[in-house]
Design a protein. Sequence first.
Length: 152
Amino acid sequence: MQRTLILLKPDCFQRRLLGRIITRFEDKGLNFVALKLLHITPKLAKEHYAEHVEKAWYPTLEAFITGGPVVAGVLEGLEAIAVVREMLGATSGIKAAPGTIRGDFSSSRQMNLVHGSDGEEAAHREIALYFKPEEIVANTPAIATWMRAADE
């Protein structure tokens, strides 16, 4: 099983899309092992987006991500990182394909509703930024035996 971080960003929260998007992840068979509501501070934003801090557009990104509540979650599943990235669609909602979360709900380059880790290293780093180890609840839902073969 693989884990990935998702952030349901302030635009997702303000547009009341949380339930619809969480349901899409659950319908796909991904398992939430951590979930919380928070405000991202400028300090946390700088840690999360460290590779972008020096870019000219970073202040706009920081203002957006710190501008309202965010729901952070850890999803677990087979190839969870790739599955989530595929479900999200292209980073720009303008370019995202219909059927993806961004393609169905976003029409912006920046306000793209959900962040998903882009690789295993990023997932480990990002999960640690948002969750203490004791906040992650290992759990295999009873339905799991009907979602994938035992040898997967």
